[in-house]
Design a protein around this ligand. Structure first.
Ligand code: ACM
Ligand code: ZN
Length: 624
């Protein structure tokens, strides 16, 4: 985007004067800190301000990260060895402050300086991320000679240890630069687990020395860009030209880049299903009864029939070999082994799978998947790794040491937690950011389901109905981005933002700190900040959010909400005699407070933003 356009966007966002606003009296930090109090006075950060890190070496990772980041903002920072009076000081506590834990921090902005302290470098890093959000939104574009920050105290720490973001690089492949940009975004919102979905039916994306055909064949597909839903399967004479994979050096580079941002990278290798690309490269790893010629898929692939044979020892050896290559690249103690949507039709008919079931005394295929995953889990445990699997792994009775990633719905996560598994919540109700963020007719093509911003914000990894006895099994949650319809990282950003900010607040902030109108208001500054850094922020939905509740008199109380700060909603209740009458023109009035209607009433409502009607007049049938 041109600089001038960005300036205009920012000016518009900041100046937006019409529409209804929630007053914000502080810094608009996302995710909301655990405790913040604004004070009188402030600190003026000027050209003479220096930055100091008492006790940390100049080449310490956090020191280098902070200094580079400030340089990118043109703040001309000077690193100072001594803790002078006019300085911004980052201090590691000598004695641990129990209120901060391993990731928390304390910031004090006073007239004589800014003081950031933490028990760990991770805490200092998060303190710095908060400090960045306290600077003007356009600090990334202008050279400020001085900035005055209002005095305040912030004490902050996260609600959950697992604050993840998943990226599918199989359906579409993203460059090292894109992945780094993704990691930067995660760091800005204090997300700490990058779940890298490296293999699937549409491409294998990690270098393998022992199985070179995984890269020569499995990483490439025939290019059907722009036609996902209508993509015809590849013909035998078509050349596979779309794809690629990360070399081991690139993986190391990304893992190191993530570590500098206090992000752990968890690779995912799909077992036993979603493996067309493996079978295209090594057909002998499929079931003996299956004579399909697999190709690296080019479009929708459902049901996903490709499955590794569970009765063939050389398949198990293949998995051990591949994982042995992967383990040294990723310092994380977790490896994700997939386990979702394994279509087991072949296993019923394959003589090898049937023989394995007989040998194990199994009468159905679900425990056969559990056995296969358990074998892999045992192999990885010898190397100090714990497996994570999608929630289907509990169906056949996965080992209790496995971590369950609950995706199908919140209920599956609660079931796994009650059965004693550790759980990461990433339910389709709130966390699938590849779903539309608004009505399809106003959005670029996406997966045909919808999660508007307010629905993402309603995510709670520990639902209230989950008894506290089981709640402690929930490690946290994450947002997922499946990329069937996402051809570029620019589009990925459009889908992620601003919903990733909502998920980040659900994962970092305490339940009582969450406040939807306030969050929505904070996004005005957040989006301006993101746009100044040339992030492609999604166009929110302008469909009024209508909620109705039955009264004691059997009427309905209607409440109308909206997604974007600065929106006005106009509405009309259609008299019964005019329902369905397209000639009747309603008098739309400004919504100011909840109102009551009879059951069966039809409500018409439309958002206006900055004085202009947006999208269409939507109809709602109340109580039906
Ligand atoms: C999934 O969305 N199949 C995990
Ligand atoms: Zn088989």
């Amino acid at each position: 985007m041109q600089r001038i356009t960005i300036l205009l966007c920012v000016a518009l966002a900041l100046l937006c004067s019409c529409g209804r606003k929630t007053e914000i009296h502080d810094y608009s930090i996302v995710p909301e800190p655990a405790f913040m109090v604004m004070k009188n006075g402030g600190y003026t950060w000027s050209n003479s301000t220096s930055i100091c890190f008492p006790g940390l070496e100049q080449n310490n990772t956090t020191v280098r990260y902070v200094m580079n980041s400030l340089r990118q903002m043109h703040l001309r920072p000077t690193l100072s060895g001594n803790a002078e009076s006019d300085c911004i000081r980052f201090t590691l506590n000598d004695t641990s402050n129990s209120e901060l834990g391993d990731e928390g921090y304390l910031i004090e902005v006073r007239s004589d300086g800014i003081f950031v302290s933490a028990n760990t470098e991770t805490g200092l890093f998060y303190g710095y991320q908060t400090l960045v959000q306290m600077l003007p939104e356009d600090v990334f574009m202008h050279r400020y000679s001085k900035i005055t920050l209002p005095s305040c105290t912030i004490l902050d720490n996260p609600r959950f240890e697992w604050r993840g973001s998943h990226l599918d690089v199989s359906r579409h492949f993203f460059s090292v630069k894109d992945v780094k940009r993704h990691l930067d975004l995660m760091a800005a919102y204090k997300l700490n687990k990058f779940h890298w979905h490296l293999t699937d039916d549409h491409g294998w994306r990690i270098e393998s020395d022992r199985y070179p055909r995984l890269n020569d064949i499995g990483s490439w597909r025939v290019d059907r860009s722009g036609e996902w839903d209508n993509a015809k399967p590849a013909a035998a004479d078509e050349k596979p030209t779309y794809g690629g994979y990360y070399t081991k050096d690139e993986i190391r580079e990304i893992v190191a880049y993530a570590a500098e941002r206090h992000i752990e990278v968890i690779p995912e290798i799909e077992i036993p299903g979603h493996c067309s690309e493996v079978l295209a490269a090594y057909p002998q790893l499929g079931c003996a009864n299956d004579d399909t010629t697999y190709q690296v898929q080019v479009g929708p692939y459902w049901p996903p029939r490709a499955i590794l044979c569970a009765g063939n020892d050389s398949v198990m050896q293949f998995l051990y070999d591949v994982l042995d290559e992967i383990v040294p690249l990723f310092p994380s103690s977790y490896i994700h082994i997939g386990g979702d949507e394994a279509y087991k039709e072949n296993w019923h008919r394959c003589p090898n799978c049937q023989a394995r079931m007989k040998q194990l005394g199994l009468t159905s295929v679900e425990p056969l998947q559990a056995w296969m995953i358990d074998q892999v889990g045992r192999h990885l445990a010898q190397q100090g790794k714990t497996i994570i699997g999608w929630d289907e792994i509990i169906d056949g009775g996965a080992s209790q040491t496995a971590v369950v990633m609950a995706w199908q719905n919140v209920g599956r996560g609660m079931e796994a937690a009650r059965r004693g598994y550790r759980v990461i919540m990433t339910p389709t109700e709130h966390c699938y950011l590849n779903f539309y963020q608004g009505e399809a007719e106003y959005q670029p093509v996406a997966f045909p389901a919808q999660i508007p911003l307010h629905q993402a914000y309603r995510f709670d990894p520990v639902p209230l109905e989950l008894n506290s006895r089981w709640a402690s099994n929930v490690m946290g949650g994450q947002c997922n981005l499946w990329t069937e319809y996402i051809e570029s990282y620019e589009r990925a950003e459009y889908m992620l933002l601003p919903r990733l900010c909502a998920i980040a607040e659900c994962l970092w902030s305490q339940r009582e700190q969450k406040d939807w109108p306030r969050f929505r208001a904070k996004l005005v500054r957040q989006e301006a900040r993101l746009r100044c850094q040339e992030y492609n922020v999604g166009e929110s939905s302008f469909k009024p959010v209508v909620v109705y509740e039955k009264t004691a008199q059997n009427d309905y109380t209607v409440t109308i909400d909206w997604e974007r700060e600065g929106t006005d909603v106009y509405y009309a209740v259609v008299p019964r005699e005019h329902v369905g009458d397209t000639m009747w023109k309603p008098d739309m009035i400004l919504y100011t407070k909840p109102f009551t209607v009879q059951q069966g009433s039809v409500l018409m409502a439309q958002c206006h933003y900055q004085g202009n009607p947006k999208e269409k007049v939507y109809e709602y049938h109340i109580g039906e």
